[in-house]
Ligand binder design. Structure first.
Ligand code: HEC
Ligand code: HEC
Length: 275
């Protein structure tokens, strides 16, 4: 287990190094091209000209993207920089490419940190972490979209989208949790495959593709005037009615599925008040 996790992160590290090299080279070319064509005065630094602050405000302008196209691209990007980068690159990078400079100067390689639940920690699924970053950047009301996406991820059998280039048959599983650790292990149980298997690596790519596609669908729907509700699941809302910030106990916060860690049968056995 330990060795295989290192394997996952080693791969991401070496991918990160090679991609940083490639991206650095590309940015170098782009910067040279712009200096040549925009006629910046000598001594003027690229990025300080008029409009350079446009990208410092959120949300960035958004025009609907093609959800399936983004899904396919996410699978490829996942192979280059891991699951968080895989979701951010085709969405944020796609919008940046539409808008042009200065938006294209956001260093998307920073989102590689989210791989495997943040540098291999198995905490928040990197695909979900990346989706939240993209939504926070591109939506004027990201919270309900993020909540809608996270509930969907907890509840649905995923991957639900097979990207071009996938080599193995899809095995879908229900994570019941937004955590990388639970999501991975439940998939391993469903598929009979190991965490270090090529099937698992591909599954996380297809999962990033599924999450990226869903994220674009939510963004597109909101920008067309059909906002997601993002309401908590009834079971979670019931627990929070006593334990949440407005409950009598007021000793828990969050919106993750409570039952993924506090099994109802165990609570009952421990003499938990009937709910
Ligand atoms: C009607 C109010 C109410 C509801 C609804 C409720 N609880 Fe509780 N819960 C309590 C009370 C009261 C305690 C005991 C607190 C104490 O001992 O200080 C408790 C204790 C707990 C504890 C601590 C148990 C322990 O052994 O220390 C956990 C965990 C917990 N609840 C989880 C949940 C979850 C998960 C749900 C939803 C399935 C839920 N609760 C729904 C009232 C509620
Ligand atoms: C990812 C796992 C996880 C999830 C999901 C989770 N909890 Fe917990 N919860 C914990 C852990 C770990 C503790 C600490 C247990 C301990 O100290 O023994 C805890 C403790 C608690 C306690 C006891 C607090 C006390 O005073 O000792 C309550 C109540 C509780 N959780 C309610 C909830 C509710 C309600 C939800 C859903 C909104 C929830 N938890 C979701 C892991 C989780």
């Amino acid at each position: 287990m330990h060795g295989s996790e290192e394997g996952v992160m080693e791969r991401v590290e070496s991918d990160r190094r090679s991609l940083l090299g490639a991206v650095g080279g590309m940015l170098g070319l782009v910067a040279l091209g712009e200096l040549g064509s925009s006629g910046l005065a000598e001594g003027q630094v690229a990025g300080t000209g008029p409009g350079a602050d446009a990208m410092s405000r959120v949300p960035w302008p958004y025009r609907p993207l093609d959800a399936d196209g983004v899904g396919h691209a996410a699978f490829v990007a996942n192979g280059q920089g891991g699951c968080m980068f895989g979701v951010v690159e085709p969405i944020v990078g796609g919008v940046a490419r539409q808008l042009g400079a200065p938006y294209t100067s956001l260093p998307l390689a920073l989102f590689m940190y989210g791989s495997a639940g943040v540098v291999g920690w198995g905490s928040l699924c990197g695909a979900l972490n990346g989706a939240a970053a993209a939504l926070a950047l591109l939506s004027a009301r990201p919270q309900p979209l993020i909540s809608e996406l996270y509930s969907w991820y907890e509840r649905e059998a995923l991957p639900d989208f097979m990207p071009k280039g996938a080599r193995f048959p899809n095995v879908a599983s229900v994570a019941g949790s937004v955590l990388c650790h639970a999501s991975l292990t439940r998939w391993c149980n469903a598929s009979g495959k190991k965490v270090a298997s090529p099937e698992r690596a591909e599954r996380c790519g297809a999962l990033a593709a599924s999450v990226a596609r869903k994220t674009v669908q939510l963004l597109n729907a909101q920008s067309a005037g059909n906002p997601a509700a993002g309401a908590p699941e009834p079971a979670t809302a019931a627990c929070l009615s006593c334990h949440g910030t407005r409950g009598t106990e007021c000793d828990a916060s969050g919106r993750m599925r409570c039952a993924s860690c506090h099994a109802p049968a165990e609570l009952k056995a421990a003499g938990h008040p009937a709910t």
